[in-house]
Structure formats: C-alpha cells, structure tokens
Design a protein around this ligand. Structure first.
Ligand SMILES: [Zn+2]
Length: 417
C-alpha cells in the first residue's frame, strides 16, 4: 500500500527529527542520545541476552534429554563489544516494496505499527481476514486475534508472536506471514497445495502480539508506559534487578532494550499459563523480573487470561506454532504422552526439515503457552526460535527469518489436513 509506505517513510523522518529532541517513543538509550547509548561492556544479564534464546534457560538442574549439541552460539568478542544499534542503523538498507502493508518501522515493529497494519489488512483483504481485540494488557493496550482463511473450516491452526517483549521480530514475522498468504491467495501455491485451497479448508488464528506492553518497553523504553502506577512498577523492578546484580546499567532504557521479556507487571507470560500443575513449575526467579518470573498464581495476568480464554473458545485446534526469537531452533517435548506426542514430534521434524533449524528436546516444565496447550488440551505445539542475532535485534533480520518460515502454514496444513 503506497499510503502505508508513505506513512512509514514519514514516520522514519519524523523519528529522526524526534531523536534530536523530545520523543513520544524514545529509542532505547533515552532522551537526547542517538548513538552511544548504554554500556558496551555489558552486564551478566545482557551477556545472557546475547546467547541463543532458550525456552528452557532456567532449567539448570535436572535431567537433560537434549539430543543435539549445545545450540548456544557464543558471540564473538567483537559482537559483545558492539554498542547498541541506533535507530538509523536498524533501519538502514530496508526496502519497502510498493504494495506491501507489513513493514518494519524506525523503532522496529511497535504496537502502533501493528495496529495500523491490522486496519490496512482488514481494509484490503476484507473477504479473507478479520481481527478483534480479545482483551487488554496491564497498561491498557489491546491484545488482538486475527483470522485468516475460512472461519468455518474444520481445520484450525494457531500462530502466536510477541509473547516476549524484546522478541518483537516474532510479531513482525507473524504479521508479514498473514499478508503473504492473503496477497498471494489467488495464484500462490507451495508443495502442490494452492493457497486458495489452503485458506478455504483452514482457519489460521494468529495472535501477533500477546505482550504489547513488553514489546513497547523493549523497543521504546520506559516512556512508552501510559499509566503512572504501571511505570512505577517497572521502575521498581529495574531498581530491584539492579540491586540484585541482574543488570548493571544505569540506563533503564538500555536495560529494557537488552533484556525485557515480561509483561508490565514483570511476569513472564510464557511462564504464567494456567497449567494444571502450575504449582510445580520452577523458574528460579521468585519476584517480578525482566524474565522468568511465573507470577503470583496460575494465569494471573490479563494477557494470559485473554489468550487462554480465546484458545478455549476455539474448540479443537490442529496445532500451535509459537514464534519467538532467537536461535534458529525448534523446541518440542514437554513430557506429553500418547498420540499428541507423536503428532508433536512429526510437526517439529517437519518444521526443522523445512527451515533448517535444529530440533531440541525441552522437557522442562515452565507453564508456557505450549506446555499448557499440549499437556492440558492435547494440541501439538512447537516453539520456533527465529533469527540468530544479539539484542536489540535489528530489523535487517526480518527477510531471512521470514523466508525460512513463510511456508510453514502449508507444511502444518499438510501434516494435519
Ligand atoms: Zn521467547
């Protein structure tokens, strides 16, 4: 859409201007800084952030059934010393083909970017796309659920992104994937399956940004918080993490950009799903934090409440693809048994074969969306860790990540259809 393209170019220009002064959405690093934000000698937590994302990163003790070599890619010395990229660097070289709705913006891919793109997709593809809010975040943002394809179809596939704040790229890829199938539905096909048939026989339920507050905190800093009490909460978590040695930077926006995965209460939503044996879940973090705190009770957070209620309303679902970053790996195995175990393994292997990602057993119970949907609801699910770079993740990762996963709707449909 030319109109959208122009808006985004305009936004980029505006942002560059705003970076010179006060900005509504500060780039990480805070007011007035544009290139030398942060502490390039990084902190313990930030070093962790440089490692391959692992949904079992809190695992520590216990049995390990990993069947592959360690997937942790140690960053090179030069990478660890690299300063956080500036807004200009993250957007350099991005091409925005005419007609494309979903594209990165100057900050990466923010909640307002997504809201604009959802409206544009609905306007352009009204016959095959719809979306609705399924609830609100802690800081009052909408949590959106989209339907691509035939809402009355027997086959339903769930796709999620943006459950972890700094992993905004997963939202962008999920959004871009919806546009890809919508834009190519008349002529496109893959592996012998016409997209028109795919979207006629399937409904793809896409929740592109489950944690909008977390995404905004990571991309736009503390000033993105709209509610004074919520801001106080996040500032206190930062102070506590600083006191406890989980971070050492004196810039809260650097801390947020490098680390923040939680919602605005400091609860890791992917540790908060109402798993039947939630009480047994041990994450190693006992208080609100940028990651891995499972919350005061199962399903305590408005975001997890909204998502779990929505998923329950859908009835039988063929499969869940949960997009995260990073590492180019696929996690499966949360200790399930019976038929769903084989179905999940088949899905995980198919995703790995298509993407070239590594298959990782992850038996650790962590009350993730995947654990809940597979263990309590018998839905095969995999965690797909996109891209393989340090945080804050540049938008230049988008194209490669998208190319690797874009046909996964077909791959999944052919397994379960
Ligand atoms: Zn994640």
């Amino acid at each position: 859409m030319k109109r959208i393209y122009n808006i985004k170019v305009g936004c980029l220009a505006l942002t560059l201007l705003l970076l010179l002064g006060a900005a509504a959405c500060q780039a990480p690093g805070g007011e007035g800084e544009s290139s030398t934000v942060g502490d390039p000698t990084l902190l313990e937590s930030e070093q962790n952030s440089l490692e391959t994302e692992s949904e079992s990163e809190s695992q520590g003790e216990g049995e390990s059934e990993a069947v592959t070599d360690s997937v942790t890619e140690q960053p090179s010395e030069s990478e660890t010393q690299t300063e956080p990229p500036t807004t200009e660097q993250t957007t350099a070289g991005q091409e925005v083909p005419d007609g494309e709705i979903v594209t990165p913006s100057a900050q990466g891919y923010t909640y307002p970017d997504m809201v604009d793109d959802l409206a544009a997709l609905a306007q352009t593809y009204s016959e095959c796309f719809s979306y609705q809010s399924i609830g609100k975040s802690v800081d009052g943002r909408e949590i959106y659920a989209c339907v691509v394809g035939n809402p009355n179809a027997e086959h339903k596939v769930l796709l999620t992104g943006g459950i972890h704040g700094k992993e905004y790229l997963s939202s962008l890829v999920a959004m871009k994937q919806m546009e890809y199938y919508l834009a190519n539905r008349a002529e496109g096909s893959y592996s012998g399956l016409q997209y028109a048939e795919l979207l006629d026989t399937h409904a793809f339920y896409v929740l592109p940004m489950i944690n909008p507050d977390g995404v905004m905190l990571a991309l736009c800093g503390i000033d993105s918080i709209q509610t004074p009490e919520v801001r106080e909460t996040v500032e206190k978590i930062y102070a506590d993490n600083l006191r406890d040695g989980l971070t050492s930077t004196n810039d809260i926006n650097v801390y947020l950009a490098y680390n923040w995965k939680a919602n605005a209460n400091g609860v890791d939503l992917n540790r908060n799903f109402p798993l039947s044996n939630w009480a047994e879940v041990k994450t190693g973090i006992l208080a609100p934090c940028f990651r891995n705190y499972k919350g005061p009770s199962a399903g305590s957070e408005p975001e997890t409440k909204a998502v779990s209620a929505y998923v329950e309303s859908l009835g039988k679902i063929d499969a869940l693809l949960a997009y995260h970053t990073a590492g180019q790996v696929v996690y499966w195995d949360c200790g399930m048994t019976g038929g769903v175990r084989q179905q999940t393994l088949d899905l995980a292997k198919a995703v790995c074969e298509h993407t070239g990602y590594k298959l990782i057993y992850d038996k650790h119970l962590d009350a993730s969306l995947n654990d809940w949907i597979t263990l309590d609801r018998d839905v095969p699910s995999v965690t797909v860790e996109l891209a393989n770079v340090i945080y804050p993740m540049p938008t230049s990762e988008l194209e490669a990540a998208f190319e690797q996963v874009k046909e996964l709707w077909v791959i999944t449909a052919q397994l379960f259809g």
